[in-house]
Design a protein around this ligand. Structure first.
Ligand SMILES: C[S@@+](CC[C@H](N)C(=O)[O-])C[C@H]1O[C@@H](n2cnc3c(N)ncnc32)[C@H](O)[C@@H]1O
Length: 324
């Protein structure tokens, strides 16, 4: 396996420390099978400039897109994972911006980008908001370059809830209706995000879980294909690519994160990657101490219940008064 720090046409794994645009320009036309990434959201994270805003996000995407398109093979895939840009005044769904830029800038080209799925990645934990509903999802836009593409559904099927279900009418009445390999995972993916207790957590502030790019790689490429992540952060896409016997090119501009990605990818090559298997999130054990309402809340809840019943009584009185 040839591992390089600069672009090399014979490299199996290329890990570049620098601006992704520099290495993208060196990659030959139509040589990448899939691009999977999560770009900076321009939300003043440790790895962003304090002046970056939603316009920076737009400009970065307009600048990078022609290179991404050029190096992607016809019928290859782009999977762009984004959430929301939130500032003092507004919340922007970043996938709207990405969708517009990617489709408008390719619509007149030989192989326009076609959106295949807008996957909702949902997770149980995150910041608790007091001013709006707490955010518990982000999205992945999956585009193909042109109208053909690889889709290995059987490689990513998930267990059915009711595998023994049978058809209740029609010619297959009485026969088992599901697929023995499992069901289509659908476009809603419930995969725990990488927070403090997660086995994959590094010091990178915004990792996505290995299960996410791994599903995409299994479904949308074949063994030996070349996977690219222009904003590789802690190297999660690279870990997934190696675990699935694909080649990988990644770029990361911050040296500290670049070192983390190198170590994780080395671990993956040696079969030592720490990963959370792609299994459903655990249901809480209702007998565990943390699943029970703490005693301190019981009296509070009683007061709240009393207040609610007083309010309900008042509402009924007003309704009756109006009706009479
Ligand atoms: C959202 S994070 C990606 C996290 C990654 N998916 C993971 O699981 O660790 C975006 C990363 O892009 C890096 N970055 C920002 N601008 C870059 C550029 N022009 N070239 C390469 N990397 C860049 C940031 O330092 C950051 O680590």
């Amino acid at each position: 396996m040839k591992i390089c720090k600069q672009y090399d046409k014979d490299g199996d794994i290329i890990l570049y420390n620098g601006n992704c645009l520099d290495i993208l320009k060196q990659i030959p036309d139509e040589s990448i099978d899939i691009i999977i990434t999560s770009p900076p959201y321009c939300m003043k994270k440790a790895y962003e400039n304090s002046t970056d805003d939603i316009n920076t996000f737009r400009e970065v995407h307009k600048t990078i897109f022609p290179e991404l398109y050029r190096i992607l093979k016809p019928y290859g895939s782009i999977c762009w994972q984004v959430g929301y840009h939130v500032n003092d005044t507004q919340t922007y769904p970043l996938d709207y911006i990405v969708y517009d830029i990617f489709t408008n800038n390719s619509s007149k080209l030989k192989y326009p980008l076609i959106l295949r799925n807008r996957i909702i990645w949902t997770f149980g934990h995150g910041l608790n908001s007091t001013k709006r509903f707490s955010g518990r999802h982000e999205t992945i836009l999956w585009f193909t370059k042109g109208d053909k593409y690889t889709f290995n559904l059987d490689d990513v099927r998930v267990p059915q809830k009711y595998p023994g279900k049978r058809s209740y009418k029609g010619p297959n009445k009485g026969k088992i209706s599901g697929n023995p390999l499992g069901k289509n995972p659908s476009d809603i993916w419930d995969i725990p995000n990488v927070k403090a207790q997660h086995i994959e957590k590094t010091s990178h502030p915004c990792q996505y879980p290995v299960a996410l790019p791994r599903r995409l790689i299994k479904a949308l490429t074949k063994k030996g294909d070349m996977v690219l992540d222009p904003f590789m952060g802690s190297g999660t896409t690279g870990v997934a690519a190696i675990m699935e016997d694909r080649k990988f090119i990644g770029a990361e501009i911050v040296p500290e994160y670049y070192e983390i990605s190198n170590q994780r990818i080395k671990d993956a090559i040696n079969g030592d990657a720490k990963i959370r298997p792609d299994v459903p999130a655990m249901e809480p054990n209702t007998n565990s101490a943390v699943a029970r309402i703490p005693d301190e809340w019981r009296s509070l809840n009683e007061t709240k219940k009393e207040e609610k019943s007083i309010n309900r009584g008042e509402e009924t009185r007003v309704r009756e008064e109006k009706a009479s």
